[in-house]
Design a binder for this molecule. Structure first.
Ligand SMILES: C[S@@+](CC[C@H](N)C(=O)[O-])C[C@H]1O[C@@H](n2cnc3c(N)ncnc32)[C@H](O)[C@@H]1O
Length: 278
């Protein structure tokens, strides 16, 4: 089945405008694979009919469903491993020492998807920093995809998902077996707040963070959106805080508000404003 170029343009602009995701050219197969099931569920037989429905009805919830269907929610526990090791060995010890008075840490998983990143961060804290017991640790996970967030909140993962990246001793300690697979313990689940948030929109209401993980999402965005989001994130990051991007992401050529933390192998950045305060 081929997609009319005008319909392709209509759908890719709708998704880009609503989420920032830049589909680019030649992704007809992806549109079909993701959107044809939505069309079929409405009794429509083609993407052309789906586009006609969208053009005529201006159905907000259909537009949101389509946008959500085009997101890539791929994630895993302790993805890329090194950022979590560097957090444990280099970044957190100093940060914890600096916050002995406030005894408070705020962490944001900014494209949390189905929650593995936020839970990996929490497990890192629990495993390596018992001195944080009694501290106020706020872990917030946000994403545009309500479906992904529903799974994150439930915290139930398949055997396959827990086998990817999760050490067995952490599985035993922080999960319990349920009929559908493995569920994160209530204690850990209640330590994260997951909420819907579109990174294209304002996130000032989230407050200021010590650590922002924004991994494997900006890679899908146009440069102009990357710059705008990173510049706004810098405003939400404490001057001695850190931003962690995905392995294939960089701030180079995107913004000068962050500088690479040279001692880290992974994509860890600190705000350049920290230079002005020393
Ligand atoms: C590939 S996952 C990354 C998950 C996790 N951070 C990781 O690195 O494993 C990308 C996530 O970004 C989310 N996303 C895409 N566009 C977004 C937007 N405009 N605002 C917030 N989240 C968005 C998707 O729904 C998806 O869950």
């Amino acid at each position: 089945m081929s997609i009319d170029p005008n319909d392709y343009e209509f759908l890719s602009s709708l998704v880009a405008k609503r989420s920032g995701l830049a589909l680019g050219a030649g992704k007809e197969y992806l549109l079909e694979a993701r959107l044809l099931p939505i069309a079929n569920s409405l009794g429509l037989t083609s993407l052309a009919e789906l586009v006609r429905r969208l053009r005529t009805s201006r159905d907000e919830s259909l537009a949101a469903t389509i946008t959500e269907a085009m997101t890539t929610n791929e994630t895993l526990f302790f993805r890329d491993r090194t950022p979590f090791d560097e957090l444990r060995d280099q970044l957190l010890p100093d940060m914890i020492a600096a916050r002995q008075t406030t005894r408070r840490l705020r962490i944001w998983s900014a494209a949390a998807s189905t929650g593995q990143e936020a839970y990996s961060l929490l497990m890192t804290l629990r495993e390596s920093f018992p001195q944080l017991a009694g501290w106020r640790i706020e872990m917030i996970g946000t994403d545009i995809s309500q479906q992904a967030l529903a799974k994150a909140k439930n915290g139930i993962y398949s055997q396959f998902e827990v086998q990817r990246g999760l050490p067995i001793q952490l599985l035993v300690k922080y999960f319990r077996q349920v009929p559908q697979g493995w569920q994160i313990t209530d204690d850990l689940r209640s330590s994260v707040t997951f909420r819907t948030l579109n990174l294209l929109e304002s996130f000032t209401s989230l407050g200021e963070f010590d650590l922002i993980f924004c991994r494997n999402v900006l890679i899908y965005f146009e440069q102009i959106n990357k710059t705008a989001i990173l510049d706004r994130m810098e405003k939400q990051l404490r001057s001695d805080g850190y931003l962690v991007l995905g392995a294939a992401e960089t701030v180079l050529g995107v913004t000068n508000r962050f500088q690479r933390v040279r001692t880290c192998k992974s994509a860890v950045y600190s705000p350049t404003k920290s230079l002005q305060t020393v």
